[in-house]
Design a protein around this ligand. Structure first.
Ligand code: SMG
Ligand code: MG
Length: 376
């Protein structure tokens, strides 16, 4: 397709409760949304996963906005033909900036699929109509508040609990939640790089609680300390921040740093690369699960489609809309299923992401005027 315009929307959406990780506390999700319009009327939406500040990743909203306006959008608006399959190579002259590239590729893919009538799931290779959902639970001010939050999620049907941990908030909350949910409850932890090699002995204490995995205890560049930890503990080690491509995933698995992989399309540069990460892991018999970045329904719809691929054998951080927002940005908020589908979300089947942006909310929640980039 020939792109006519790329529009950047910047919104702020209040979270239903603060979300605290080892790197900070967040009460609002600032979202960069991208809309592409092509000649002939095709239109698509993408959501950038970068946060407001560079604390989870080096990318952040203002930085993504800048690199999109200055380099990425002009490259796509300056050519006659763009497809989802061509975006990565058309943007390869820019080093890194995967989250910024990913949102453009997603929006182009959405436009392309809406035009052809195919769903994200069908295009990516989904094999399931429903996906198992977990919930990521932030660091709490106290154990009893944590337990009451976890109870709410267990009652809602979530199939797995993930606890955010950091030095000083690890063994005690894990022990408390393990006794609350019982031995059969699926439980895992995520440190977002808060530990160092000096903590390996301490992290071994977690082995007692039968965790599904420990996610990203050390800094993203430090593959070798993850290898050391994997050799020292029985809990499987899972990388998130470190895995920025299928090549890195294959390398980290080969080195024994990760025996489970968290896949986030934004972190690896888009859904096409996410599928390559999935395929590489499946070939190596490594289970994967779908990560989350507090997405609105726009990004969530694509994530739920990705999570329906066959290698996604563990519940994802793909929670229902009401876990994040009082009101979602889409007309079809994600709601957990009931009965046999308790704790699951249905994979959208409509063209593209299958969801519709509520355009009035783009205006109500805007924190900056929309920016329309057009052909030179
Ligand atoms: O989308 O439910 C969600 C959040 C899941 O914990 C989550 N994401 O490191 O995996 C992770 C974090 C990154 C985002 S923290 C703002
Ligand atoms: Mg993580």
């Amino acid at each position: 397709m020939k792109l006519e315009s790329i529009t950047l929307h910047r919104l702020a959406m209040p979270l239903v409760r603060p979300f605290e990780t080892s790197f900070g506390r967040q009460t609002v999700r600032v979202v960069l949304l991208v809309r592409v319009r092509a000649a002939g009327g095709a239109e698509g939406w993408g959501e950038c996963v970068a946060g407001e500040s560079p604390v989870y990743s080096s990318e952040y909203v203002e930085g993504c906005d800048h690199v999109i306006r200055t380099y990425l959008a002009p490259a796509l608006l300056g050519v006659e033909e763009v497809t989802a399959e061509s975006v990565a190579s058309q943007l390869a002259f820019v080093v890194g900036h995967r989250m910024a590239k990913a949102v453009l590729e997603s929006a182009v893919l959405d436009a392309q699929l809406r035009q052809s009538g195919e769903s994200f799931g069908a295009y990516l290779g989904a094999v399931a109509g429903w996906v198992d959902c977990g919930v990521s639970v932030g660091i709490s001010p106290a154990i009893d508040t944590l337990l009451s939050e976890v109870s709410t999620y267990v009652e809602a049907g979530y199939r797995r609990i993930k606890l955010k941990i950091k030095p000083g908030w690890d063994v005690e909350p894990v022990a408390a939640v393990r006794s609350l949910i019982g031995p059969a409850g699926m439980l895992q932890v995520d440190a977002n790089t808060a530990y160092t090699a000096a903590d390996i002995d301490h992290l071994r204490l977690l082995d007692e609680y039968d965790l599904l995995l420990i996610e990203q205890p050390f800094v993203e560049e430090d593959i070798s300390t993850h290898v050391r930890l994997a050799q020292a503990i029985t809990t499987p080690v899972c990388l998130d921040e470190s895995i920025v491509s299928a090549v890195v995933a294959t390398d980290a698995i080969g080195r024994g740093a990760t025996s489970v992989v968290n896949i986030k399309a934004g972190r690896v540069g888009g859904y096409l690369e996410a599928v390559r990460v999935h395929d590489a892991c499946v070939a190596l018999d490594v289970p994967v699960w779908c990560g989350g970045m507090l997405e609105t329904g726009v990004g969530r719809a694509a994530n739920v489609a990705l999570a329906a691929l066959p290698g996604f054998t563990l519940p994802g951080d793909t929670s229902a809309s009401d876990r994040y927002f009082a009101e979602d940005l889409i007309e079809e908020p994600f709601v957990l299923g009931t009965g046999e589908h308790a704790g699951q979300l249905a994979v959208p089947t409509g063209p593209g992401t299958g969801v519709t942006v509520r355009e009035s909310l783009l205006r109500d929640w805007a924190v900056a005027p929309a920016v329309v980039l057009t052909r030179p």
